[in-house]
Design a protein around this ligand. Structure first.
Ligand SMILES: CSCCC(=O)C(=O)COP(=O)(O)O
Ligand SMILES: [Mg+2]
Length: 261
């Protein structure tokens, strides 16, 4: 078995979800289709609720920012006098969500709505999040060795908590010391990792980030974070340069903590 020694200065392990702790297939074949199949019905049922209206406002703001993009779907502004036809507005939001999802966009607006939609499915027990089998034993071991474990995903913090709280391994939320999403910044921007370190109260070189996406690994590395790229079944392939440049692991069990026995 390949062993990757974790540098002694590392006290925090920062985990990506999709493609790292959790199969991409679970996200692409279960979570995303659930949103596509239910978004219209969800909006019809919750349209008058403040949470839903907040989601729509955020999506509209994002749509304005996206207006220069090819194929972008606008969401018309509400007139404010209650004269708007909700069906027309709902259709625009549905079309916008479909457009964003067709591009696998990681906007905070899309991720917030998706998280709110998954809440009902997870809480009703209709969905359980999948984790690779090495994840939970390794995280327990790291924590016993004194490591802090945080999650940084494009999925909203609320969605992350749903996944960890309703998994095939049971409720494993207690294994995570904290969560970050794109509200702190995008995962391909190095400042995001500086902000995460400040928020945790450590230096960037105290963090080891595990991700499947080389652009995220490069951004973290630029900020001084240690990185390992996780190679899992179903993940996108890496170029030869990426394979040479990054430390690669195929299982969390390949990480060796000098402090642990
Ligand atoms: C945690 S929510 C489900 C996954 C998701 O929506 C997503 O965009 C995952 O992105 P990641 O940053 O974890 O690769
Ligand atoms: Mg990922």
């Amino acid at each position: 078995m390949v062993v990757l020694s974790v540098p002694a200065e590392v006290t925090v392990i920062l985990l990506d979800i999709e493609g790292t702790t959790t199969p991409i297939a679970f996200v692409k074949d279960i979570l995303f289709p659930y949103v596509k199949e239910n978004v219209e019905e969800y909006l019809q049922a919750h349209w008058e609720e403040e949470e839903c209206q907040q989601d729509v406002r955020l999506l509209r703001k994002q749509a304005e920012e996206d207006s220069h993009l090819d194929g972008a779907v606008p969401i018309p502004a509400a007139s404010g006098n209650g004269a708007d036809d909700p069906q027309w507005m709902i259709q625009a939001v549905v079309d916008n969500v479909y457009w964003q999802m067709s591009l696998d966009r990681k906007t905070t607006a899309l991720k917030q709505l998706q998280g709110h939609m998954w809440r009902a499915a997870f809480k009703a027990g209709h969905m359980k999040a999948e984790f690779f089998e090495d994840v939970v034993p390794a995280v327990r071991k790291w924590r016993e060795a004194g490591m802090k474990v945080y999650v940084y995903s494009s999925g909203s913090v609320e969605a992350q908590k749903l996944l960890f709280g309703h998994s095939t391994e049971g409720d494993i939320l207690e294994l995570v010391d904290g969560h970050f999403d794109t509200k702190i910044g995008h995962k391909v921007e190095s400042e995001s990792y500086q902000k995460i370190a400040s928020s945790i109260g450590c230096s960037t070189n105290n963090i080891l980030f595990l991700t499947d996406v080389s652009r995220e690994a490069s951004a973290a590395e630029e900020a001084g974070v240690h990185v390992a790229v996780v190679v899992r079944p179903g993940n996108a392939g890496l170029t030869d340069d990426e394979k040479t440049h990054f430390s690669l692991i195929t299982s969390f069990s390949e990480l060796y903590l000098p402090s642990s026995t």
